[in-house]
Design a protein. Structure first.
Length: 338
């Protein structure tokens, strides 16, 4: 299989795959293959496909295969991830255009090829640079409209998605915390608070679950594309609004929505596009709960080890040291709610 350490092999395999699309052989060439930084789980490549005198910018994402039985944590296969993006795109959400899904015979592992979307994803630039000042003025409303579109997408073709109630979410992430062996009084308190405040009145919908600054491609006019659909699930739609408002994903920006906008702009646009009222208390609950989940993720990454017992990496250890940040935000949120 062509690996991330062998770009020439990746380019050759890609060229063979793209040449086999459709009913016949398409003459073309993969040019300028380069690996992109970022992404916690996927290996991402950008390249140009030159065919018939035309050049198209494409993206290859290779995803690690899921091993063993599927657990309780939502994590889609590459084919499922691509299926969600296709449904989202067909329903009007700005998801990437999926060109093809890899098969075992392609020799590139699991993954897919999408059309590239120009723009910026770096959070610090989006919330601070003058080049995106006009985008910041409209992004909160755009996000409200996009989330309303996602939450009304049809689910008939997405039967593989897990349905997680708020109580299910708590059970899943509590199990993850127990498995990594990290003990912390603030984590225990946060789990108890979430358990005592679980919403009971919610209507299931497709939830992106990681809709935030950093997973949006942005141009001067605003949001162009929504990335990273691989933990999508069926759940409470207010979860997406809560994640978008987390302080961790504001990247130092002043706006409570993603570091770039105001809550009321987000809420008003969502209500206008969806025809449904925003439950502000439930959004705050999910914002708090999402901070707990991020704290648990920090604990898991920081405690990860190699087979010989040594820390898995300096990067993961550094993420583990951020545990207190989302816990502090959690405490601030519940104090404000009280």
């Amino acid at each position: 299989m062509a690996t991330a350490r062998d770009p020439e092999a990746v380019a050759a395999a890609l060229q063979a795959v793209l040449s086999r699309q459709g009913d016949g052989v398409v003459q073309g060439e993969v040019q300028g293959l380069r690996r992109l930084t970022g992404g916690a789980t996927k290996t991402t490549w950008a390249f140009d496909w030159v065919s018939g005198g035309a050049t198209q910018a494409l993206i290859l994402q290779q995803t690690p295969a899921l091993t063993g039985p599927r657990g309780r944590v939502p994590k889609l296969t590459a084919a499922e991830d691509a299926a969600v993006m296709r449904v989202a795109r067909a329903g009007g959400a700005p998801a990437p255009v999926v060109r093809l899904v890899l098969t075992e015979a392609d020799g590139l592992g699991e993954g897919y090829v999408t059309e590239a979307v120009p723009g910026e994803t770096l959070g610090k630039k989006l919330v601070r640079d003058d080049a995106f000042a006009s985008a910041r003025a409209v992004m909160a409303a755009q996000c409200g409209q996009i989330l309303a579109t996602i939450h009304r997408l049809p689910l008939q073709g997405l039967l593989f998605l897990q349905t997680l109630s708020p109580a299910d979410e708590l059970a899943v992430y509590s199990d993850l915390l127990a498995a990594c062996g990290v003990r912390h009084p603030a984590l225990s308190f946060a789990q108890r608070w979430v358990r005592e405040h679980l919403p009971t009145d919610w209507a299931p919908a497709l939830v992106h679950a990681d809709f935030r600054t950093g997973n949006l491609i942005v141009g001067p006019e605003g949001v162009r594309c929504v990335l990273d659909w691989e933990i999508a699930r069926i759940g409470d739609p207010m979860q997406d609004l809560g994640v978008l408002c987390m302080r961790s994903w504001r990247f130092g920006g002043a706006g409570e929505v993603g570091g770039f906008g105001d809550r009321e702009d987000l809420y008003a646009a969502y209500e206008a596009a969806s025809g449904q009222p925003v439950d502000r208390a439930r959004v705050r609950f999910w914002e708090a709960f999402s901070n707990l989940k991020w704290a648990i993720a920090c604990a898991r990454r920081g405690s990860a080890t190699r087979p010989d017992g040594r820390p898995a990496s300096v990067e993961l250890s550094a993420v583990g040291r951020r545990l207190e940040e989302p816990l502090w935000d959690f405490m601030q949120l519940i104090q404000e709610a009280a």
